[in-house]
Design a protein around this ligand. Structure first.
Ligand SMILES: CC(C)(COP(=O)(O)OP(=O)(O)OC[C@H]1O[C@@H](n2cnc3c(N)ncnc32)[C@H](O)[C@@H]1OP(=O)(O)O)[C@@H](O)C(=O)NCCC(=O)NCCS
Length: 154
């Protein structure tokens, strides 16, 4: 299969944080952030392989600072590496004040997706082609994360 560049599937999303998505203190719920992370990462995985995908693992989720109602929440999801049938996607989340434009990183996580064939069984995906030193660093680091995930799988 032809390798694909990270840029081909990189996915960004922006939403306004509304009161329905917030806790009693006016901050977005962690579960809502995780839902948005899953969506953005799934789209990136989908664009990479152009096949149906399912989430098989979510790890290293960090909540670094809160996002307030009325602020924008921005998501940036990109492939770090793919294996035979699975793809690791890293997601970074930011808050943005719509009036000042001030941005802050608020969360990050790694999600792994598996592509499914017509028989609903895992099927091969294209390799990732890292093109920058940063992409190469993330690509190489992905192998050790995969090893840890699969060691603790059962
Ligand atoms: C994803 C699923 C199809 C994998 O089935 P399976 O029988 O475990 O298939 P395999 O053992 O062949 O593994 C398939 C791939 O998943 C990877 N994988 C399995 N468990 C994993 C885990 N915990 N973390 C990371 N990768 C994992 C395997 O390494 C393999 O990837 P590779 O081919 O790139 O090496 C199956 O577990 C499933 O349907 N899970 C539910 C998915 C779902 O419903 N998600 C929605 C959210 S709940």
């Amino acid at each position: 299969m032809e390798p694909k560049a990270v840029a081909e599937s990189r996915t960004t999303m922006t939403e306004v944080v509304l009161p329905n998505d917030a806790n009693a203190y006016g901050f977005i719920l962690g579960g809502k952030v995780m839902h948005l992370m899953d969506m953005a990462a799934a789209v990136a995985a989908w664009r990479h392989c152009r096949k149906p995908v399912v989430t098989v693992s979510v790890d290293s989720v960090r909540f670094l600072s809160p996002v307030k109602v009325g602020q924008l929440i921005l998501l940036d999801a990109f492939l770090t590496r793919s294996f035979r049938t699975s793809m690791e996607v890293e997601v970074h989340v930011f808050s943005e004040d719509p009036l000042t434009g001030q941005r802050m990183k608020t969360s990050d996580a790694f999600l792994t997706f598996v592509a499914l064939g017509e028989d609903d069984r895992p099927t091969e995906v294209p390799p990732v082609k890292p093109e920058t030193p940063e992409e190469l660093r993330r690509y190489e680091a992905a192998m050790e994360r995969r090893r840890r995930r699969l060691t603790t799988k059962s």
